[in-house]
Design a binder for this molecule. Structure first.
Ligand SMILES: [Fe+2]
Ligand SMILES: [Fe+2]
Length: 288
């Protein structure tokens, strides 16, 4: 990673809830990404997790709210909850376009709802928080990659790209909040460390396995213009060669297993300056 090491004297950014609405041309929902229909469906599949996944994160963090006494962390938790709620709302609108286009979005979301309901019943609050910080790590490292490499969204429809950049920016802004809650409420023991690591292992295989399965369902329902051979080859290039949107996550994924890991050890706060321009662009009535 080329970003500078964090300065321990610089506090983490304070997440702020931004009540933004994103316009999309519905006709482009199956082909908005510059790399074609198969890559579009990769992002669309990820979007199907967000509304329910983010609700799960909010519940997991909220469970420990009474144990957080530090006013800065209390404020960060409020910002985190506000941001995830807005992400859920905007991705729900995005996902509705998929249903309207005949994609099996609703059925896939129902599967996620059922799995998360089960996780809520079966796992302890600390295991749910471990899963939350693991998934927050996954989203933060994907967000960092997107913000660092313009190629990840190159050639995409600007209205769609804007939603993904906003989400990536806010995921970056609040990337340490759930983790700091974990550090506050869990004892600094080997057991806690192992539970944190298990959270990432467990959620990662589940996340990528089901992303692959759902992606195939989405692609076949979308009937992309390009053939499947060309489409899957372009997706493979996108994920593993250039911009290597999946493969290049590996070093940051492994960093999580360091006993002294903290999300801001990868200090990419400089990217957050874009939030101001993005917010100003959305205020332009010509967009809506
Ligand atoms: Fe989010
Ligand atoms: Fe998040």
């Amino acid at each position: 990673m080329s970003d500078p090491a964090p300065s321990p004297t610089v506090p983490a950014p304070m997440p702020v809830r931004r009540d933004l609405h994103f316009p999309f041309p519905p006709a482009r929902i199956t082909d908005w990404h510059g790399a074609g229909g198969h890559v579009t469906q990769f992002f669309n599949t990820l979007s199907l997790y967000f509304p329910e996944g983010e609700k799960f994160f909010i519940q997991s963090v909220r469970h420990y709210k009474s144990q957080i006494t530090d006013p800065t962390l209390q404020q960060a938790v409020a910002g985190f909850i506000g941001q995830e709620a807005m992400h859920g709302r905007e991705h729900r609108a995005f996902n509705a376009l998929m249903d309207e286009a005949g994609l099996p979005a609703d059925r896939i979301e129902q599967f996620t709802i059922n799995r998360l309901k089960m996780a809520h019943k079966v796992f302890s609050p600390s295991m749910q928080l471990s899963m939350t910080i693991a998934l927050e790590h996954l989203t933060a490292i994907m967000a960092a990659d997107m913000l660092r490499k313009p190629e990840v969204l190159a050639g995409s429809h600007p209205d769609y790209a804007r939603l993904w950049r906003w989400h990536a920016l806010e995921e970056t802004e609040h990337k340490a909040v759930a983790f700091d809650v974990w550090k506050t409420v869990m004892p600094p023991t080997l057991g806690s460390y192992l539970k944190r690591c298990w959270g990432l292992l467990q959620t990662s295989w589940f996340f990528w396995l089901f992303t692959a399965i759902f992606h195939v369902r989405m692609v076949h329902a979308a009937k992309p213009q390009q053939g499947h051979l060309v489409g899957y080859l372009r997706l493979a290039k996108f994920l593993f060669v250039k911009p290597a949107a999946w493969l290049s996550l590996a070093p940051a994924w492994f960093a999580y297993f360091k006993p002294g890991f903290h999300p801001w050890q990868h200090d990419n706060r400089a990217a957050l300056v874009e939030l101001e321009q993005l917010t100003a662009d959305l205020a332009n009535p010509a967009l809506h």
